[in-house]
Write a protein that binds this ligand. Structure first.
Ligand code: DQA
Length: 140
């Protein structure tokens, strides 16, 4: 299994950005932990964080035919990006959408995610553990 971990805008600031909401773990910690978790279960995992929507779309296109499943925290693009939804619709593997916070308990504009229309599973509110749970579900 080849897994791709994608994190969207502002998630490079994890650990410093609103830690009461997003926790104190850095993105580097989360990527390393998720990669180790995947490898322990026999999967390879590569990770990308980007603040540029087109870069994320290009990476999803490149994943077609080479990646088995995408674990994605689309961050604010969840609530805005039909382009990201369309890119994921062109990807044939499984998609797990992860949010560190429970978006349904927050502002109304976070309650709708365009990505959920494509996701095979959605995890929200588990903090960084959500990424590990996504790996476990994919590798079950
Ligand atoms: C987030 C929730 C989004 O609403 C927000 O824009 C983020 C992070 C989360 O992980 O909880 O940047 O996706």
């Amino acid at each position: 299994m080849n897994l791709l971990l994608l994190n969207g805008p502002n998630l490079n600031l994890l650990g410093q950005r609103e830690p009461d909401i997003y926790g104190y773990e850095t993105l580097a910690d989360i990527e390393a932990t998720t990669q180790a978790h995947a490898e322990a279960r026999g999967a390879a995992l590569t990770a990308l964080q980007t603040n540029h929507e087109g870069e994320m779309i290009d990476r999803i296109h490149a994943a077609r035919g080479t990646v088995d499943a995408i674990i994605i925290n689309p961050a604010a693009w969840s609530h805005t990006s039909i382009a990201l939804l369309d890119a994921l619709n062109a990807f044939e593997g499984r998609v797990v959408e992860v949010h560190l916070s429970n978006i349904h308990r927050r502002e109304a504009f976070r309650h709708h995610s365009y990505i959920s229309a494509r996701a095979d599973a959605v995890l929200a509110g588990m903090g960084a553990y959500g990424y590990l749970a996504a790996v476990d579900w994919l590798m079950r």
